[in-house]
Design a protein around this ligand. Structure first.
Ligand SMILES: NC(=O)c1ccc[n+]([C@@H]2O[C@H](COP(=O)([O-])OP(=O)(O)OC[C@H]3O[C@@H](n4cnc5c(N)ncnc54)[C@H](OP(=O)(O)O)[C@@H]3O)[C@@H](O)[C@H]2O)c1
Length: 336
């Protein structure tokens, strides 16, 4: 049987483009003992993948040139040579951008489609949701009545951060890049105030949105947006540094305002984290997130595009702000 794959053809310089990827097709071998043949159903595109396209040391290995790009994938077992997984089972794993592939049972986690829609394992109860949970609750530690500001607020991580902050009793201010996103945050997710960083006077709008200053700043984007928020922090502010997407495609390092004096005079804490730091406690997050989801206290949105060939375009779309909530590519229908 044949499989199509998407590989890294060349390392992007600046904003990625379609020429950075190449499509291949090859025959799939038979699965060995403990292995299964998987049919990809939903492929996750995530900003961290941009870092893996550079040849530089980070918390995950860079993709090799010509290597099949990999990331979060929800797949269905098409053929099984495993005693743990049966044909038709749904699984999630760190898998390739491929229509079909072979994986070992140990590299997969079975998911129960009756518990929650399977795509939620890529978003609200998956890696982005878990990131939001630990970044906010372990580092941000919002108290009732405090002001929590979130950049990248309408994305996969940001939407969950804001809702958990509301559950914690905080006042929530979201920053995002379109009025459609702001309307979603305000009307559906009940954020207290919203700011469009592209069209509003950023600092003045933030000042109005945060009359009591900023106690927690959940930073998903960095750059000038963060420079503006940091001018408003209160004494004892906590700043979980989750992502810096505004810097990922820069060709030269961005020299910004030095933050240390501001942290110093406010006895503030800024802490970077990677979700895998909390690997031993993932189940705690998933239990709470799934419970809030079932209780209707947590809502989610997904931007789903269809077609295996659309994956690079969707990935690039993350940097253009195309998505509200989790960005996912649907590759195939599940089989019965
Ligand atoms: N630390 C961790 O373990 C961890 C785990 C997951 C994700 N992250 C990070 O968290 C952040 C959010 O990830 P996500 O998966 O939830 O992605 P996402 O927010 O769903 O998608 C990316 C969003 O970023 C915004 N964006 C793109 N370019 C921007 C720019 N130049 N300036 C400001 N905003 C920009 C866009 O929204 P707008 O329309 O609002 O611009 C876009 O929709 C990323 O920085 C990611 O790297 C970190």
């Amino acid at each position: 049987m044949k499989t199509k794959q998407i590989r890294l053809a060349e390392r992007p310089v600046g904003m990625p483009n379609e020429d950075n990827f190449k499509w291949t097709e090859e025959d799939l071998r038979a699965p060995d003992t403990g292995e299964v043949v998987l049919k990809s159903l939903y492929i996750s595109v995530d900003p961290y993948m941009r870092g893996r396209m550079n040849d530089q040391k980070s918390y995950v290995e860079p993709y090799g040139l010509d290597e099949v790009i990999s990331g979060g994938v929800i797949a269905q077992v098409h053929q099984s040579n495993s005693t743990e997984l049966e044909e038709g089972d749904f699984v999630i794993g760190n898998l390739g951008w491929a229509t079909y592939q072979i994986a070992h049972e140990d590299a997969l986690r079975k998911i129960d489609p009756s518990q929650a829609p399977i795509t939620t394992h890529l978003g609200v109860i998956g890696m982005p949701g878990i990131t939001a949970y630990f970044g906010l609750l372990d580092i941000g530690k919002p108290e009732p009545g405090e002001t929590v500001v979130i950049s990248g607020a309408a994305g996969a991580v940001g939407t969950v951060v804001g809702q958990i902050a509301k559950i914690a009793g905080a006042r929530v201010v979201g920053i995002a890049g379109s009025d459609e996103k702001l309307a979603y945050l305000k009307d559906e997710l009940k954020f207290d105030a919203v700011v469009n960083y592209k069209t509003d006077d950023l600092f003045e709008s933030l000042k109005q949105a945060c009359p009591d200053g900023v106690d927690v700043y959940f930073d998903n984007v960095g750059g000038e947006v963060s420079d503006a928020v940091l001018r408003l922090i209160n004494k004892g502010a906590r700043i979980p540094v989750c992502g810096q997407i505004s810097l990922y495609n820069l060709k030269k390092p961005d020299l910004g305002i030095r933050v240390q004096p501001n942290l110093l005079v406010n006895s503030a804490m800024m802490k970077g984290f990677i979700v895998s730091d909390y690997g031993a406690h993932f189940q705690d997050a998933v239990t709470d997130l799934a419970k809030w989801l079932q209780e209707g206290r947590l809502q989610y949105k997904e931007t789903v595009v269809e077609g295996f060939e659309k994956i690079p375009e969707a990935f690039i779309g993350l940097f253009k702000g195309e998505n509200i909530g989790k960005y996912i590519v649907k590759v195939a229908e599940p089989s019965n």
